[in-house]
Design a protein around this ligand. Structure first.
Ligand code: ADP
Length: 361
């Protein structure tokens, strides 16, 4: 299948949370973590998608073989389905040679397509398998998608820890909350526990950055078998020690995400004042958005497209209603213009995408 070319739109409107799974180095089990995080969240009954953004070494297509192939529809790429999860990986496309993608401008183009031109529909979680490292492609991803939280994966080895440190710093600089550290390939269980890559690398890192150590995953043949054979680890080997560790990690990540949303992104209070929105954040800071500027910056796909094309009209809109959506955002009703957009608290915290009107003060 050739890589489709699409029109510009923003289809992430209905995606509640985007979690980046990142590492400093390749080969530490980042994709394994991304896949099992997705499978585990699906087990909780949540709607999950996975984007394999590791353009330098896409592997999700092997770990999550499609039961239903992706397709192009009305200018969007509709993800494939594997184990009830929506999946998009460069590996699904016949790009002739992945080696071509190593050049950053091409990789950036692919990332842009992935972020703006895949129609995920409604999702509780979109898991992004980040490319390892901290270069242009990673920055491009961070600039284009509003990442709700990052999970960093390391092995206990010193070399892996050094590189993961850079990843955590990159997320900090880009204001992406790091949910915690997962240590993979921590030990081999036996009569006596063996630590082939050393001990406590993850714990040292977590302490250094005051992050939770979300869990430690042992090395087991079941993990490797399931990756290679494209099988669901939780369903195939439910009692495997790595499966049990991963299940607990999935649970922790979900809890950390919920806590993160509560602490960082929900305002302490909000009210309609003079046709606009008055917000007070937990740290005491305040924002006021007038109705016209909120309406102009409506994040629905249609308004987004009109803005991108420079055809968005400024309506004389006053805010007349606010309806919370879960803990992460709101829908607004205006007395004119468009009331379809879903505004995340994160978006409003970052200034509401303000342009064409008075924004935060
Ligand atoms: P990355 O995405 O960091 O490059 P992968 O997730 O592709 O790493 O993992 C690299 C290899 O290590 C894969 O073959 C995978 O099956 C294997 N692997 C990862 N974690 C474990 C584990 N805990 N036990 C056994 N094999 C593992």
């Amino acid at each position: 299948m050739p890589l489709p070319q699409f029109e510009r739109k923003n289809p992430l409107d209905q995606v509640k949370r985007i979690v980046a799974v990142a590492s400093g180095k390749g080969g530490v089990g980042k994709s394994t973590m991304a896949v099992n995080l997705a499978l585990g969240l699906k087990e909780f009954g949540l709607k999950v998608g996975v984007l394999d953004a590791d353009v330098y070494g896409p592997s999700l297509f092997q770990m999550l073989p499609e039961e239903r192939a992706g397709k192009e529809e009305e200018g969007y790429l509709i993800p494939g389905i594997s184990n009830g999860i929506k999946v998009v990986s460069l590996g699904f496309f016949d790009t002739h040679s992945h080696a071509n993608l190593v050049r950053a401008p091409i990789a950036n183009g692919v990332i842009e397509n992935f972020i703006h031109k895949v129609w995920w529909g409604e999702l509780d979680y979109l898991i992004i398998d980040f490319p390892p490292g901290t270069g242009d492609v990673q920055l491009s991803l961070l600039q284009q998608a509003v990442i709700s939280g990052a999970v960093v994966v390391t092995t206990p080895s010193q070399l892996s820890v050094i590189d993961v440190r850079k990843s955590i710093e990159m997320f900090h600089v880009m204001n992406v909350p790091v949910l915690g550290v997962v240590e993979n390939m921590s030990y081999v269980e036996g009569e006596e526990r063996v630590y082939p890559f050393g001990k406590d690398g993850g714990e040292v890192l977590a302490k250094e950055f005051e992050l939770p150590l979300i869990g430690r995953v042992p090395i087991t043949p079941a993990v490797n078998h399931c990756s290679d054979a494209g099988k669901n680890l939780f369903a195939t080997f439910p009692d495997d020690p790595a499966a049990m560790a991963l299940r607990s990690i999935v649970h922790q990540v979900n809890l950390l995400m919920i806590q993160q949303e509560k602490e960082a992104f929900s305002p302490k209070s909000y009210q309609i004042v003079d046709g606009g929105l008055d917000l007070v954040w937990p740290d005491g800071s305040q924002n006021f958005f007038d109705g016209q500027s909120l309406e102009y910056n409506c994040p629905c796909a249609q308004c987004d497209l009109l803005r991108l094309e420079g055809r968005r009209q400024v309506a004389q809109a006053r805010l007349v209603g606010v309806d919370p959506i879960g803990r992460y955002g709101v829908k607004f009703t205006f007395d004119g213009g468009c009331s379809k957009g879903m505004y995340t608290w994160a978006l409003l915290r970052n200034g509401g995408g303000q342009s064409g009107g008075r924004g935060g003060e």
